[in-house]
Design a protein around this ligand. Structure first.
Ligand code: BG6
Length: 487
């Protein structure tokens, strides 16, 4: 992929939580490793009043707080801060885009814009950018979620964006795609020969994808209560993981081949009808309990009002194509669960006949576990014989074949997902960004679930903080004789 770096970056939401925790530290990481183009300047923009200098101080505080100690290098921090400038802006006021454009200056050397804003401000922001001359052919735009809250609103946003930025200059961010282990799914599947022949309905019994969090609402009540777990996590991160597991082998590692294959998976997702939704989707809302070692309040107490927003969802999904016919994909995500863990578990079929049956040996089907976080590893659970003379029968035990990515690549620094994505945005590589047709196919499927909820008046079931969601989530798999991996 030829690099086409820009020499300016405009960061909207520059004083927000994401900027402090992720964006400013990520850009610093790239700067410190000499990966940012020489002379690249970064203009921060947000409502808060700041001068260039006070913004640099603000950024410095964010680095002090969120950079790991071993990454802090005073001279690198100083030169990094010199790249920063700031322009306050109220995005609902078009007139304010003009001084912003003046601050950004000449964009003939290329400008990358990072836009993270409430869906309601999107159209105004795009129009403001265009009117101020920040929409030309040398400008590309990165869009942070939420890109709408259903198909219609996402189309509206995408239409507004497309009027100014064609698809090849539009970078939709799903930060899960920037995670190292997520990209490793492709390496595992398509860089090795042994999985592919059984990576289908003949070899695989079911797939489980879990993103469990211990956090609750955090400071995001306004956004989260209007979104809920289905839109916040399934519509993007979980479906992206599902697509990487389920897609056909792309012909090349490039933006067209990979995104074509993912889009086909989204189009193959079986629509969930209002008749089925109660059987294949479980929703929950956390109540009081203990999570992450603390006593915590229930969702509505945290929120301060009654709410039917789901903080947990578990879904039995199906991909209707030849490869995956009859293979359930069990998906679940929730807040205030017992642990923070993102994981994919591929459960293979049992052996067709067990020669050990009469001799006391119990066989467990093989499972491939891809742990995305907090640890990074790939583990294949295989049957092995316990040492012994076997006079009372052969004793077999499930043992893990471990590939610890943390240990194997111990020398390589783990980058924050945003480092990778910001660098790709700056250099113009769209491979790990989500294309419009993917987003729309994702929403189409999500909307079918929500339509079922409203047709049936579905309300989330309460679950205790620190548990694995409502008991119906356990029943969802148990009915099929399947247990969630590693509860
Ligand atoms: C975000 C969601 O996209 O992902 C949050 O809006 C969630 O609700 C977060 O907490 C999880 O990301 P990660 O990288 O911590 O798993």
């Amino acid at each position: 992929m030829p690099r086409d770096p820009v020499n300016k970056l405009l960061l909207f939401g520059a004083t927000g939580d994401l900027a402090q925790r992720m964006l400013l530290p990520s850009l610093y990481g790239l700067h410190a490793d000499g990966l940012l183009p020489q002379g690249l300047t970064i203009v921060g923009a947000a409502r808060t009043e700041h001068t260039d200098d006070s913004y640099r101080e603000f950024a410095k505080k964010a680095l002090d707080k969120f950079l790991p100690e071993d990454r802090k290098d005073e001279s690198a921090v100083d030169t990094y801060l010199q790249r920063l400038a700031y322009q306050p802006i109220d995005m609902s006021d078009f007139a304010q885009f003009k001084p912003l454009a003046e601050k950004v200056g000449d964009v003939t050397g290329g400008l990358a814009i990072y836009l993270s804003t409430a869906p309601s401000l999107f159209e105004a922001a795009i129009t403001g950018l265009e009117q101020a001359g920040l929409g030309g052919p040398t400008v590309r735009i990165g869009l942070e979620k939420p890109l709408g809250y259903d198909l219609a609103s996402s189309q509206e946003i995408n239409d507004a964006v497309a009027k100014v930025f064609p698809e090849d200059r539009t970078f939709r961010i799903d930060h899960y795609l920037g995670k190292e282990t997520v990209q490793n799914i492709m390496a595992l599947r398509f860089g090795n020969t042994f999985f592919e022949p059984i990576w289908n309905a003949r070899g695989i019994e079911n797939v489980q994808i879990t993103i469990a969090e211990t956090v609750g609402l955090e400071e995001r009540a306004g956004y989260y209560d209007g979104a809920g777990a289905l839109r916040d996590m399934v519509a993007n991160h979980i479906l992206q993981l599902l697509a990487l597991v389920a897609m056909e082998p792309p012909a090349r590692y490039d933006k067209t081949a990979i995104r074509d294959e993912k889009a086909k998976v989204f189009h193959s997702l079986r629509r969930i009808t209002p008749e089925d939704v109660g059987k294949v989707v479980v929703t929950g809302q956390y109540g009081a309990g203990a999570s992450g070692g603390e006593i915590v309040k229930g969702y509505t107490d945290e929120l301060g009002k009654a709410s039917d927003t789901e903080t947990f969802v578990a879904i039995k999904a199906n991909v209707d194509n030849w490869r995956w016919q009859g293979v359930p994909f069990y998906l679940r995500t929730g807040k205030r669960l017992p642990v923070r863990r993102s994981e994919i578990a591929i459960q293979f079929k049992p052996v067709p006949h067990s020669m050990f049956a009469g001799r006391g040996g119990m066989l467990q089907p093989n499972v491939l576990v891809i742990r995305l976080q907090p640890e990074e590893y790939i583990q294949l659970l295989v049957m092995a014989k316990e040492p012994g003379l076997d006079r009372d029968g052969v004793k077999l035990r499930e043992v893990p074949l471990n590939l610890s990515l943390d240990a194997e690549f111990a020398g390589a620094r783990r980058r924050i997902a945003y480092e990778r994505l910001l660098l790709d945005l700056i250099e113009g590589d769209q491979t790990l960004f989500v294309r419009r047709d993917e987003v729309e196919a994702q929403w189409t499927w999500i909307d079918s679930i929500r339509a079922g909820w409203s047709a049936n008046g579905t309300r989330p079931k309460s679950y205790a903080s620190g548990s694995w969601g409502p008991s119906a989530a356990i029943a969802l798999t148990e009915r099929d004789g399947v247990t969630w991996q590693d509860d």
